[in-house]
Design a protein around this ligand. Structure first.
Ligand SMILES: *Cc1c(COP(=O)(O)O)cnc(C)c1O
Length: 359
């Protein structure tokens, strides 16, 4: 029996997608073997790759002057790839906003290859908010400006898009495809797949094509966006199954009404949970109201000695993976696209019942 899965990543996948993959597993498209067992250069797989790209372009209205890349090494690989790809055109310094653990990892990695200016940080209040736009000023000669629109661990989401002069780079690992985005405001968008796209093992990159000529001269081949773009993301063998499954998710998203429909649903799901948290004295949200994530909702119990019991009983009630990140404790419910409204209804009703019995 499938349960409601609130895991932060690898996360829930749409059930119809899993069913289709199951049906096609042994004999994919009449080929006589699975999609995992054909050449990535075969006409059949080429169609998968091309359709996945086109569907993603349609979903996010990606302009023609942007390349779509299917990358390896996860979002973490891009923490390194970003400075390697963008520090070669003069400036070797970049602006970063520090909003929590993922931003920090990106900052540390970039700092190995150039100078990082942390233009704003929310460390003063334990990374519980997104710094306001008037709280920081970008530096003059930055090669790019990096931020994390949604901090998956802290559950903090930017309510605005930074307006900056250098190419804007965004780690959208946990928010991509949950709402429309004005791609033309960005230089580079990237996301590990295992939150809101597909299985782990693949990452998506969307890069403005004029940024493909700014790499450091001795960039490792496997990190080069230009090499990836010129080789249709197949400079080496790509993770074909993850690519195929991501493609099925894109088609499922289109059938659901695309990112507009996902935005409306995300709003509804997260609002239901936040409203419940705000009405309760038993539970609370540690995140500033205006920066609350629609994708990852951390919450704490007023009496944390009940945490263990909460997790045990929620698991028994068919609500999976509500434990908060090991670094922050408490609980976290991740509400990605594949998590249905009924999952949040079940969660809220369990939480109300748990409060009644233990409050
Ligand atoms: C999960 C996550 C990452 C790390 O992704 P990997 O694919 O494991 O490297 C980076 N940034 C954010 C915002 C994430 O949520």
């Amino acid at each position: 029996m499938r349960k409601f899965n609130f895991c932060a990543g690898p996360a829930a996948l749409p059930e119809p997608v899993l069913r289709q993959a199951q049906e096609e597993l042994l004999d994919w498209q009449g080929v006589g073997c699975s999609v995992m067992e054909v050449s990535h250069r075969s006409p059949e797989f080429t169609t998968v790759a091309e359709e996945a790209e086109q569907d993603l372009r349609d979903l996010l209205c990606i302009p023609d002057n942007y390349k779509v890349l299917f990358l390896q090494g996860g979002a973490t690989g891009q923490f390194s790839a970003i400075p390697w790809n963008l520090f070669g055109a003069g400036s070797k310094s970049a602006d970063y906003i520090h909003t929590g653990q993922w931003a920090e990892k990106a900052i540390k990695e970039a700092g190995r290859f150039g100078e990082v200016n942390v233009v704003a940080s929310s460390e003063d209040r334990n990374f519980s908010y997104a710094p306001a736009a008037d709280a920081w000023r970008e530096s003059k000669d930055a090669a790019y400006f990096h931020y994390t629109p949604n901090e998956t661990i802290g559950g903090v989401e930017f309510p605005y898009i930074p307006e900056v002069n250098s190419p804007l780079v965004a780690d959208m690992s946990s928010t991509i495809l949950s709402q429309p985005i004005p791609v033309e405001k960005y230089g580079f968008i990237y996301a590990g797949a295992q939150k809101n796209i597909g299985p782990s093992g693949i990452a998506v990159g969307i890069v403005r094509d004029d940024l493909l000529d700014r790499s450091l001269p001795d960039i490792p081949r496997s990190l080069s966006w230009k090499v990836a773009a010129e080789g249709q993301s197949m400079d080496n063998t790509p993770p074909t199954f993850a690519w195929y499954l991501s493609g099925l998710v894109f088609k499922w998203l289109k059938a659901q009404g695309g990112v507009e429909a996902m935005a409306a649903l995300s709003q509804k799901k997260s609002q239901m949970l936040y409203d419940f948290l705000d009405r309760s004295d038993f539970y609370s949200s540690p995140v500033a109201v205006e920066s609350r994530s629609r994708m990852n909702v951390p919450f704490v119990l007023a009496d944390d000695s009940l945490d263990k019991l909460f997790l045990k009983e929620s698991e028994e009630a068919g609500l999976l993976a509500l434990k908060g990140h090991r670094s922050v404790g408490g609980m976290r419910a991740s509400l990605y696209n594949a998590v249905p409204l009924e999952a949040v209804e079940a969660l809220v009703s369990f939480m109300a019942d748990f409060e009644q019995r233990n409050g």
